[in-house]
Design a protein around this ligand. Structure first.
Ligand code: FES
Length: 395
């Protein structure tokens, strides 16, 4: 009898101890809410304003579609993925935030019409004030880091690549942060310069901001710099490069060109910072593309995924010269969702297990060693060059 009582008391003690360990601490709810607030998986945004920025670019303003859910904070220079469904195809594209990070009443992004594009023409032609759009949390690594980037920043923008810099310039000047900013902004012609009035207004009020345009197709009466952003132009505008940190945002062709110019000026690699590259216009022209693959070649993709808790397989054909993620999205299969953000191979959100087959990845894209070692690929920037077997149940 005594033995049983002792056993019972011991069991009770252990039970209490276990319950104590499992008790959720008082601050847990607060922390969880804070994490969700800073890193929401998705955000529902309502378009509150649309403004024409130039002949081919519009500025979209968004507020939270759920009044009880404030917008997630971000760092100037980051982007968010705008998710849309077009003719049954659910896809997303990253757009840099233009608005100042010092306020979260609204977000702004600039969208330029991309010739032959899928998402930007759709948004520019169809999105209207009041529409609710799904978006990712703000993400991306292009932002000012006071520990490593010093006080003298050079922003080199090409075309619509000005948008993250507008956010950075707003963020820095509104708070009068003592940083010197030199903007070199390449555009086709005067009518393609975005935010011109605002940039010149800031320059007129702040000694630490200098705005410089370089036009590649200027009007005859243009008196400023012309052509591409060459090392001579950079050197003339920036002067001594030793204490400068360079941020570059534009298209892939511009990255290659400006990178070479900066290198020939002697700017060390660790002092140049490029925005995510995006996908190449034509992958077959990228260095290393296997020339034996004939144009228009299609390969067979087999994809294993989970549907209502069961494992399913789907087979479809995909062109070799299209990012795999685009082909997967085009199947329009509702349960085939691959999370994505940058669509450039940078954020690793889309990582997918490649079981068999080969993909081509542009040489400048770096994939984490652990992903490569375990056979994971980033379908947003991978091109199928043989038949593939992918397993989405292993992410
Ligand atoms: S979407 Fe970022 S790596 Fe694929």
């Amino acid at each position: 009898m005594m033995e049983d009582v002792k056993k019972y008391q011991k069991a009770e003690k252990t039970k209490k101890k276990r319950e104590e360990i499992q008790k959720i601490p008082w601050y847990y709810d607060g922390l969880e809410n804070l994490c969700n607030r800073i890193h929401p998986t998705k955000q529902m945004l309502r378009i509150s304003d649309i403004k024409q920025l130039s002949h081919d670019t519009k500025l979209f303003r968004f507020v939270s579609a759920k009044p009880q859910k404030p917008l997630a904070p971000f760092r100037a220079g980051q982007y968010m993925g705008i998710i849309v469904e077009i003719n049954g195809v659910r896809t997303s594209r990253p757009y840099s935030l233009v608005s100042s990070p010092n306020q979260l009443a609204y977000y702004e992004i600039g969208i330029r019409k991309k010739a032959g594009g899928f998402v930007s023409p759709y948004l520019l032609e169809n999105a209207k004030i009041g529409d609710v759009i799904e978006a990712t949390e703000p993400m991306g690594n292009l932002f000012y880091n006071s520990l490593f980037h010093g006080n003298n920043l050079v922003f080199i923008a090409g075309g619509c690549g000005i948008t993250p810099f507008i956010s950075m310039i707003r963020g820095i000047t509104e708070k009068a942060i003592p940083l010197n900013i030199c903007l070199i902004y390449g555009a086709l012609s005067k009518k393609d310069i975005l935010f011109k009035e605002e940039l010149e207004d800031i320059q007129s009020r702040r000694d630490n901001v200098s705005i410089n345009y370089v036009l590649s197709e200027p009007d005859p009466n243009w008196k400023g710099e012309c052509g591409f952003i060459t090392k001579d132009i950079i050197s003339k505008i920036v002067g001594n490069i030793d204490d400068k940190y360079f941020y570059i945002v534009g298209n892939r062709a511009m990255y290659g060109f400006v990178d070479a110019e900066l290198q020939s000026l002697g700017v060390p690699k660790h002092k140049t910072f490029f925005e995510a590259f995006g996908v190449p216009e034509d992958i077959t022209q990228v260095m290393g593309w296997p020339k034996n693959i004939e144009l228009g070649k299609k390969v067979q993709i087999t994809l294993k995924f989970r549907q209502l808790g069961n494992e399913e397989e789907i087979k479809f054909e995909a062109p070799s010269n299209e990012p795999l993620l685009n082909s997967i999205e085009r199947t329009g299969h509702k349960d085939l969702v691959i999370e994505n953000g940058c669509r450039s191979g940078e954020c690793a959100l889309c990582r997918t297990k490649l079981v068999t087959g080969n993909v081509f990845v542009p040489p400048e894209v770096t994939i984490r060693d652990i992903d490569r070692d375990y056979g994971f690929i980033h379908p947003c920037i991978s091109y199928p060059i043989t038949d593939l077997y992918l397993d989405l149940t292993l992410t």
